[in-house]
Write a protein of this length. Structure first.
Length: 255
């Protein structure tokens, strides 16, 4: 997740007096900086991200993903819930962002697939900014690789949870940090999804692990957290009662 946040946190030294000029400076600095960041991060799930001034009170932030709508079909609802608090949390760390928010500038967050299909359009403004960033301290940096930075990101993610994927029959309940180097995901299956065969079945467990390793979104999420000292990721699949069906552990060397 640090890679995603790294694309969004831009150091802006804005001394202009008018809001319009501050927006111009922000847009220019953002677009220059993200081009450099994307070049450094070929494994990012984003192909591009850009800022555009729409008016003196509105800025569009567009995030373009590498996958098509067909490839992302099962993940669009998840991204739609996750990204607004992540972006707002990133904004809170930079005075230039919060200055624009406080001056009643709104940010329209647009998420696009590789085939130019928009699947999310969210407005971040003064009225919802505090709610989206509640619990995130003003002095916490996502970029310093510290445990505080990782905790801030996990807190932001959990603000968007639980997220239900009705098509696949599961709900992402919570993300935690276990010990010093393990990220823990809890995923609950619905009543209609019978995965009882997974319990106490080593062969089934291996198949589940293979599916996890093939998922690019999980890979990107996990590898980005290694910069915070995370070396392992544990995924617990629960039945509809909360009982653990199977627990899969992956490490950096698995990818």
């Amino acid at each position: 997740m640090k890679k995603i946040i790294g694309l969004l946190l831009v150091i802006l030294l804005v001394s202009c007096k008018s809001t319009s000029d501050k927006i111009d400076s922000f847009v220019d600095a953002y677009n220059k900086s993200v081009a450099i960041e994307l070049a450094k991060r070929p494994d990012s799930e984003l192909s591009n991200t850009s800022a555009k001034k729409v008016s003196d009170s509105l800025v569009e932030l567009t995030l373009n993903f590498k996958e098509s709508m067909a490839e992302m079909e099962n993940d669009t609802a998840i991204y739609t819930k996750l990204y607004p608090p992540l972006i707002a949390g990133a904004m809170k760390q930079e005075r230039s962002f919060t200055d624009l928010i406080n001056n009643k500038v709104s940010f329209k967050l647009i998420l696009m697939t590789s085939d130019n299909k928009e699947f999310s359009n969210t407005l971040i403004n003064k009225s919802n900014f505090d709610k989206l960033t509640s619990g995130i301290g003003d002095n916490v940096s996502f970029e310093d690789g510290s445990s505080e930075g990782l905790k801030a990101i996990i807190d932001l993610l959990n603000k968007s949870l639980p997220i239900e994927n009705k098509q696949e029959g599961y709900t992402i309940l919570k993300i935690d940090i276990e010990g010093e180097d393990t990220l823990l995901y809890r995923i609950q299956m619905d009543k209609k999804t019978d995965l009882s065969a997974l319990k106490n079945n080593p062969a089934a467990k291996s198949l589940v692990k293979e599916e996890i390793l093939r998922d690019p979104s999980i890979k990107n999420m996990f590898l980005s957290t290694t910069e915070y000292g995370i070396n392992k990721m544990k995924i617990q699949y629960l039945d509809h009662t909360g009982a653990v069906l199977v627990e899969v552990l992956v490490s950096k060397t698995d990818f």
